[in-house]
Write a protein that binds this ligand. Structure first.
Ligand code: TGC
Ligand code: FAD
Length: 385
């Protein structure tokens, strides 16, 4: 038993899953974490990340073929957990690349589109983004205003997207638009006339991640850039299931990092002539944090095994995303209190994680939307509108 693996959950992993956990964890500790405080402070994205994650083999690792590893859902989850122990920006990049952009092409794209994009995206040589949210359409993507209109053999795209992770650095944007035949996905590339992707600034959360607007002003696209296999909101929502599953795991990595920082600090920080860990109030905080991290890990592992059996349902992912993000936020805030004034600095990871988790609470379906999804599954009554 260790504080980090109190219930010995790591023993439930296969050798392959443990190896992925160690390999990704080593990358995060040795190569990513040394630069994160500076990137967070400056609001910059570590440009070495795409290729580094490509070399680790985690981009689209749960997909099969086209240079993807075909790993188990649990292996993918474990990788997300280790990435987010570094920073939510790192897991976000991986989620958007593999579970949103690559998954959309893998699931709904043509053979030509898969051949063209997926191998380079798996290597991290090409970056993708996923444009669903709009300025006036967040929780209710069915209200989107971005349109694609047929013009001979082409399509004309108009509208805008907002809050798009990796938008300004993407080689391909998967953009969802309303058409006469339902919601369809389009592959938009930088340099296309009428397409711009300005970066958004002024974020107090996910500062080490690129977040952008996407604007489309009569962008002309050949029909070959349309994802041919889906004409419904089911297209983007199916991708969200994948990314939300990764978040169930990821946030437990962030929570674990906060707990570890609080435990270390409490053992060395002296007040009233003794380590603050010796106070009962501090021990209660440590016990609560350790319990939440272990409960979250167990929940993630259970959902992962269900996913590997092909049994995982979207409303079960909603329960995992909602519960684990809430738990991670509570752990991050408690850890911050243990560190006192030091807890608000970038020297320690806790407020950085807490601030990041505010975005995770909102994106990929807000806490409230997942509450209603669970409510609908329990009662059969949809209370969204
Ligand atoms: P509704 O009428 O229920 O369904 C429309 C169509 O979609 C199908 N469907 C699903 N398919 C797959 N998976 C799911 N989870 C699905 N949920 C619904 C449904 O069967 C139907 O198909 P069809 O064939 O009959 O047309 O849809 P609704 O308009 O009532 O909406 C339901 C609701 C509110 C749950 C949904 O709109 C929702 O999930 N809203 C939240 C939006 C959201 O999560 N946006 C996230 C944007 S991407 C992002 O945040 C990336 S963060 C990046 C990072 O990680 O860094
Ligand atoms: P709104 O939908 O306006 O919600 C505001 C409040 O109202 C919330 O509390 C919400 O829960 C509540 N609410 C809304 N409807 C209901 C209801 N029916 N019942 C009860 N309460 C309700 N999107 C992308 O498409 N791609 C990305 O890559 C992406 N990356 C992101 C990165 C970051 C850093 C952030 C912060 C967001 C990102 N998003 C992305 C957008 C994200 O998905 C949306 O912010 C999210 O879906 C919520 O939409 P909204 O912000 O417009 O909030």
């Amino acid at each position: 038993m260790t504080p980090q693996d109190y219930l010995e959950i790591d023993r439930q992993l296969t050798d392959e899953e443990r190896l992925i956990k160690e390999t990704v964890g080593r990358y995060v500790n040795e190569r990513y974490l040394p630069g994160i405080a500076e990137h967070f402070e400056n609001g910059t994205f570590d440009r070495s990340v795409p290729e580094a994650l490509g070399q680790l083999g985690v981009l689209g690792m749960h997909l099969t073929g086209y240079g993807c590893a075909g790993s188990s859902a649990v292996a993918y989850g474990v990788a997300c957990m280790e990435l987010e122990a570094g920073d939510s920006a790192l897991r976000s990049f991986c989620s958007v690349q593999g579970s949103l952009a690559m998954f959309a092409i893998w699931k709904w794209g043509s053979e030509e589109q898969k051949q063209r994009w997926l191998p380079g995206m798996a290597k991290g040589e090409l970056v993708g983004c996923f444009g669903l949210t709009e300025p006036d359409s967040g929780s209710d993507p069915g209200s989107m205003r971005t349109t694609a209109r047929r013009d001979g053999d082409d399509w004309i795209l108009n509208g805008s997207k907002m809050w798009i992770t990796s938008g300004s650095i993407a080689d391909v944007a998967v953009v969802w638009a309303r058409t006469d035949d339902g919601v369809q996905g389009f592959l938009v590339e930088p340099g296309m006339e009428g397409f711009t992707a300005p970066e958004m600034h002024g974020k107090l959360s996910l500062r080490a991640s690129v977040t952008s607007e996407l604007a489309f002003d009569d962008v002309r696209l050949p029909d070959a850039n349309r994802l041919p296999e889906v004409q419904s909101l089911k297209g983007p929502l199916s991708c969200l299931n994948e990314a939300r599953y990764g978040i169930v795991w990821g946030v437990i990595g962030a929570a674990r990092a906060c707990f570890e920082a609080a435990l270390d600090y409490s053992m060395t920080r002296q007040q009233f002539d003794q380590p603050i860990a010796s106070f009962q109030l501090t021990q209660a905080k440590l016990a609560d944090m350790a319990t939440k991290v272990q409960q979250g890990y167990l929940l993630a592992l259970h959902l992962g095994r269900l996913k590997d059996e092909g049994r995982l349902q979207p409303e079960q992912v909603s329960m995992g995303k909602r519960a684990n993000v809430r738990a991670a936020l509570e752990v991050a805030h408690t850890a911050r209190s243990v560190l006192g004034a030091n807890g608000i600095t970038l020297e320690y990871p806790v407020l950085r994680h807490a601030n990041n988790l505010e975005s995770v609470f909102t994106y990929e379906g807000t806490d409230e939307i997942h509450t209603l999804s669970i409510g609908m599954a329990l009662t059969g009554i949809a209370a969204f509108r």
